[in-house]
Design a protein around this ligand. Structure first.
Ligand SMILES: N[C@@H](CCC(=O)N[C@@H](CS)C(=O)NCC(=O)O)C(=O)O
Length: 219
């Protein structure tokens, strides 16, 4: 996928895929892995993107959020990556090149680190179409040491919290459903039981919260 604005300024034939976050051929090139809101709202200019997965991590709604999808009084729940030898997490890797690198990192530092308490971590990303050509990428991960970390909870409790929370970027339910939509697009090989259990719990509770038309107005 190429972002329209990137397509207008995409450099000539991009160098071969890089094995490092910084591309050997273009030291200014960098891959950034998104697995939460970044899969549907990167909000930075990029030159290329790939759907794929990282191994050794599971995605969990274990990070509290008091800005984007919640408030101080009612923190929402957003995702982070949990180290898990058997885990596999699907998302999107975005390639930024040249000036895009600093622009993306400056933007993400505010959105993810300052406002979201995420740290950066190098991961190995496997593109869906070329899993034999993995890429090194930068991921933003909320560790248990950050002040907003909420940790594990029953999926029903997480669903209840998501249904009740809203922040400056919108309702927490939108965050959940857009991520679920992305996973649908990835196809049957992309499974996320934790995400599916929360979506199921929301579906069970939603009619109790409000009639359908009001529920759709939430997202
Ligand atoms: N770092 C993960 C999660 C990112 C995430 O969801 N971060 C929150 C910060 S708390 C965010 O950017 N939210 C924006 C939104 O909810 O639209 C990713 O790569 O997608």
């Amino acid at each position: 996928m190429k972002q329209e604005s990137a397509a207008q300024n995409t450099p000539p034939a991009s160098p071969p895929p890089s094995q490092h976050p910084q591309d050997d051929c273009d030291p200014q090139a960098l891959w950034i892995f998104g697995y939460g809101s970044l899969v549907w709202r990167p909000d930075f200019t990029y030159s290329d993107s790939r759907v794929g997965f990282v191994r050794g991590y599971s995605r969990r709604f274990w990070q509290g959020d008091t800005f984007h999808r919640g408030s101080d009084k009612m923190p929402g729940r957003v995702v982070t990556l949990l180290e898990d030898r058997e885990g596999c997490t699907w998302g999107v890797a975005y390639q930024v090149q040249g000036e895009q690198v600093n622009e993306a990192l400056k933007y993400l530092n505010v959105r993810e680190a300052v406002l979201g308490s995420y740290d950066t971590k190098e991961v190995t990303f496997y593109p869906q179409d070329t899993p034999d050509q993995p890429l090194k990428a930068l991921a933003y991960v909320a560790t248990p040491q950050n002040p907003g970390y909420l940790g594990p909870a029953p999926e029903e409790a997480i669903a209840t919290q998501i249904l009740a929370c809203r922040g400056f970027s919108g309702h927490n339910l939108e965050y959940l459903l857009r991520l679920a939509d992305f996973m649908q697009l990835c196809g049957p090989q992309a499974q996320d039981e934790h995400l599916a259990a929360i979506v199921d719990a929301v579906g069970t509770m939603l009619p109790c919260f409000c009639p359908t038309e009001q529920a759709l107005a939430l997202v």
